[in-house]
Design a protein around this ligand. Structure first.
Ligand code: NAD
Length: 531
C-alpha cells in the first residue's frame, strides 16, 4: 500500500526563513549565562565554583540539528583539568558532608525556585542544541524539576532506624554519603537526566562531577549556574565535558566512589564493567524497545492518540517512546486510522508554532534511522507512511525524518527515531509473547477497558514500567525508575527511595549505656548475646 508522503502534507505556503529568531535566542543565551554559549564560542567547564575555559586541544562542534548552525564547541577536558575537578569535589566533600540536612534541604528548595524562574532559558538551550519542540523542552525541564521537588523531602526520607535491641542497648542505622560521585548523561534529555542525579547526590551530602552529553551540554551548564545561585558551595557540583577519555577517567579515578550512567547499551556496559572493576557503585540505564498492546475493547480515540504521541514525540528519541504497537484481534482494523492521524502531526523546527516533532540529533542518526526503515522492506515488511525524504520549509539542512508505521530489525532493535512498527496479534497471550520475547524491559503499555485484561497483562508482562491506558509510564520521582532486563545494569535504581539508597551507605551503631554502669558495676567478659 502506498500512502502520500508526510512531506506532501507539510507543503504549505512557501517560506524559506525559519520564523523564530535563531540569532536572538542564541545571543541571549550566550550573554545571560556564564558557562554556555550558542554563538560559536566554546562551552566552559565548571570546576570548584568557577566557569573555566578549557585548555583542551580537541573540541567537539555542537550544531543546531534543524539548521546545522554551529552553536558551541565542547572541550575534551584535559587530564589535569579533570584532576582539578576531582580535587575540588574531594575538598568540598569534607565540609558539605558535614553540613546539616536542613542546609542541604534549603539548597534544593531554592534550586526548584531557580529552575522554575529560568525554565524558558533552559528550554531554549534544549531546542537549539537538541532540536525538540519548545513545549517538549519544557517537559524535559519539568520532569527534572520534579526530582528536585521530591528531594526537598530529605528531612523525612533520610530518617534512619533505631530500636532498643536489648536492655539499655540501642542499634541505630545512619545513612551517610559516599563521597565524590559522577554522573554521565545522554543527549536526549539534556536537563532532566542531570537533574536525576544533582539534587539526589547533593541533598544526601555527596559531591558530584557531571559529564553532560557532548552533543548538547548547554542545559547542564545553566543548571550549574542555577545551583550556584541557589547557594551550593564551590566544588559540590562540577561539570566536565568530553567523550570516551573523560568517561574512562571517571571510571578509573580512585577518588570517585559511584557512577550514574544513562545512555546507550555499548557505553553502559563498558562503564558498568570498568567502574565496578574499579570498586565503584554503578547504576546504568540503557536502551529500550517499548511495546503498546491495543485490545479490541480499548477506547480507540485515547489509544490511537496516546500511541502516536508516545511514538513520535521528541522525534522518537525517548527511552520510553512507544516504538512497537501490537494490534490485537479486531483492533487490527484501526491501522488506517492510526496512519491518518500520524499524517496530521507536523514536523518542523522546535521553535515553530504548532510543531509536533523536530529533527533527529545528527545527520548520522538520520542516516541510521533511514537504513533501519529500509531494512523493513528488505525483510518483507511494508512501509506504510514514509517520511524519509521529508522537506521542511525553511529548514533545508535539518535532520528531519517523517514517520512510518511499518518489520524483523525494526521490531527488535532500538531505532531511536520517529518510527512506529505495527505488529498484529490474535490474542492477548500472543501479544504478551511478542512483548516478552524482547530483550529490553524498560516500558510497555496496554490499552483496554477491561480490568481483568489489564490485571493479566501487568502480572505476566516481563517489563519493569507498565502503563494501563497510559502511554509513557515513567514513574514520578517519589517512585524509583524500574526498567529491567537488558535496559539496566546495577541493582540500585535512579531516584525515589532507591535514589537515596544509591547515594548513601548505611552505618549501624550499637551502643550500650547500662544504667547500672553509672554506679560502677563489674565489667563483663562474656560475648554479648543481646538477650
Ligand atoms: P550514548 O551511549 O551515545 O552516550 C551517553 C553518554 O556516554 C554520553 O555522555 C557519551 O559521551 C558517553 N559515551 C558514548 N559512547 C561511549 C563509549 N563508547 N565509551 C564511553 N562513554 C561513551 O547515548 P546517547 O545516544 O546520548 O543517548 C541515547 C541512548 O540513551 C538510547 O539508547 C536511549 O534508550 C538511552 N536512554 C536510556 C534512558 C533510560 O533511563 N533507560 C534514558 C534516556 C536515554
Amino acid at each position: 500500500m502506498s500512502l502520500p508522503r508526510v512531506s506532501r502534507i507539510l507543503r504549505g505556503p512557501p517560506s524559506t526563513i525559519p520564523s523564530y529568531c535563531f540569532r536572538g535566542r542564541a545571543e541571549q543565551l550566550s550573554a545571560n549565562w556564564k558557562g554556555t554559549n550558542a554563538s560559536g564560542d566554546s562551552t566552559k567547564n565548571f570546576i570548584g565554583g568557577q566557569f573555566v575555559e578549557s585548555k583542551a586541544d580537541n573540541f567537539i562542534d555542537v550544531v543546531d540539528p534543524s539548521t546545522q548552525t554551529l552553536l558551541t564547541r565542547v572541550p575534551e577536558t584535559t587530564s589535569s583539568e579533570f584532576e582539578s575537578a576531582v580535587d575540588a569535589a574531594s575538598q568540598a566533600y569534607k565540609s558539605w558532608s558535614r553540613t546539616s540536612v536542613l542546609t542541604r534541604q534549603r539548597f534544593v528548595l531554592e534550586l526548584q525556585h531557580q529552575i522554575r524562574s529560568n525554565a524558558d532559558a533552559l528550554a531554549s538551550s534544549i531546542v537549539l542544541e537538541q532540536g525538540k519542540t519548545f513545549a517538549d523542552a519544557h517537559g524535559d525541564v519539568l520532569r527534572g524539576l520534579q526530582v528536585v521537588e521530591t528531594a526537598c523531602g530529605i528531612t523525612s526520607t533520610l530518617l534512619g532506624d533505631k530500636i532498643e535491641v536489648s536492655k539499655d542497648m540501642d542499634t541505630e542505622t545512619r545513612r551517610l554519603p559516599l563521597g565524590v560521585c559522577a554522573s554521565i548523561a545522554p543527549f536526549n534529555f539534556p536537563a532532566m537526566i542531570p537533574l536525576w542525579t544533582i539534587p539526589m547526590a547533593a541533598v544526601t551530602g555527596n559531591t558530584l562531577i557531571v559529564k553532560p552529553s557532548e552533543r548538547d551540554p548547554g542545559a547542564a551548564m545553566i543548571i550549574a549556574e542555577l545551583c550556584e545561585r541557589a547557594g551550593l558551595p564551590p566544588g559540590v557540583l562540577n561539570v566536565v565535558h568530553g567523550t570516551v577519555p573523560t568517561v574512562n577517567a571517571i571510571c578509573d579515578h580512585p577518588g570517585i566512589k559511584a557512577i550514574s550512567f544513562v545512555g546507550g547499551d555499548r557505553a553502559g556496559k563498558h562503564i558498568y564493567e570498568r567502574g565496578t572493576k574499579n570498586g565503584k557503585r554503578v547504576q546504568a540505564n540503557m536502551g529500550a524497545k517499548n511495546h503498546a498492546v491495543v485490545m479490541p475493547d480499548a477506547n480507540k480515540n485515547t489509544a490511537l492518540n496516546s500511541i502516536l504521541g508516545a511514538a513520535f514525540g521528541a522525534a522518537g528519541q525517548r527511552c520510553m517512546a512507544i516504538s512497537v504497537v501490537v494490534l490485537v484481534g479486531n483492533a487490527r482494523s484501526w491501522l488506517s486510522e492510526l496512519v491518518d492521524r500520524a499524517k496530521k502531526l507536523k514536523v518542523n523546527g522546535g521553535f515553530e508554532e504548532g510543531a509536533d516533532l523536530g529533527p533527529l540529533i545528527t545527520p548520522t542518526a538520520k542516516q541510521r534511522v533511514s537504513s533501519l526503515i529500509a531494512s523493513a522492506e528488505e525483510e518483507g515488511g511494508r512501509i506504510i507512511l514514509d517520511g524519509r525524504d521529508i522537506e521542511v520549509p525553511g529548514y533545508p539542512d535539518g535532520n528531519f525524518i517523517g514517520k512510518f508505521p511499518s518489520a524483523e530489525r525494526c521490531a527488535k532493535e532500538e531505532i531511536f527515531g520517529p518510527v512506529l512498527t505495527v505488529l498484529p496479534a490474535d490474542t492477548l497471550d500472543d501479544a504478551l509473547s511478542i512483548v516478552n520475547a524482547n530483550k529490553y524491559g524498560n516500558g510497555t503499555a496496554i490499552f483496554t477497558q477491561s480490568g481483568a485484561t489489564a490485571r493479566k497483562f501487568e502480572r505476566e508482562v516481563e517489563v519493569g514500567q507498565i502503563g494501563i491506558n497510559v502511554p509513557i509510564p515513567v514513574p514520578l520521582p517519589m517512585f524509583a525508575w524500574s526498567g529491567n532486563k537488558a535496559s539496566v545494569l546495577g541493582d540500585i535504581a535512579f531516584y525515589g527511595k532507591s535514589g537515596i539508597n544509591f547515594y548513601t551507605q548505611n552505618k549501624t551503631i550499637t551502643s550500650l549505656w547500662r544504667a547500672e554502669d553509672a554506679i560502677g558495676n563489674k565489667a563483663s567478659v562474656d560475648m554479648p548475646t543481646m538477650r
